[in-house]
Design a protein around this ligand. Sequence first.
Ligand code: PAF
Length: 282
Amino acid sequence: MKVIASISEMTRFSEAIRKKDQSIAFVPTMGFLHAGHLALMTKAKECADHLVVSIFVNPAQFGPNEDFSTYPRALEKDLEKCREIGASAIFTPSDDQMYPSGYETYVTLERLPFHLCGLSRPDFFRGVATVVTKLFNIVRPHTAVFGEKDFQQLTVIRRLVKDLNLDIDIVGVPIVREPDGLAMSSRNKYLSETQRPHALLLHRCLEAAENSVKQGETDPGNILAQATDILAAGPEDMRVDYLSVCDPDTLEAVAVIQEKTLMAMAVWLGKTRLIDNRLLVP
Ligand code: PAF
């Protein structure tokens, strides 16, 4: 497995694979890899001859008061996990290489970022769309794999690949959960022992919503009220960022649940922001 820090070397590596008519599947990450990332890598390996993983904590997707400097990092352990899974190369560029002095070009979308996570994280999707476009240009993958946990991110990437005519297949992988239902996330590390059980309330809201819809509930208002009741059992420092029942393609709120609908949520537990989602199928 090659560990590549330079942009030009990464591109040369990919070009050499492409020249041999072999394919590349790419998993972009910010490191601190957990079972959710491993599921993405396993899927990616099924899709192509070579797996390339990037580990880059992207400063452009963090707001001024967010956790860029404290975001968990564990490069050596991450490399070990990638080696075990059989990755061909790991790309670990520096901030300066990705955003050299004078950098001023960003990728923005007109509508998708103005829903869900984008409402409280106004620069997040500009940062994600920019870094992912840059990584696609550097790594030149045939396929790229993203988790459905960041459903809005996946929707944004699918849109930008289509809109910018990028010849890359985007594959989504279902959320990987802890045995008790908590969606895996690098940020779960921030949860204290006392907070950890309360984090399960998100999963409970989604389960309740799924059951209600299966039993014939079609009113998003009732689904949201049910979730609000469930979250009311949480501690004082639990605060809803958003709860939404929306169209999975446009992310716009729906008036009636009559076909596959996304329930998405973000909840603060102290200083940790947790997200989760589920597709509700009537
Ligand atoms: O999902 C993530 O870890 C990041 O948003 C991504 C896609 C690696 C871009 O920095």
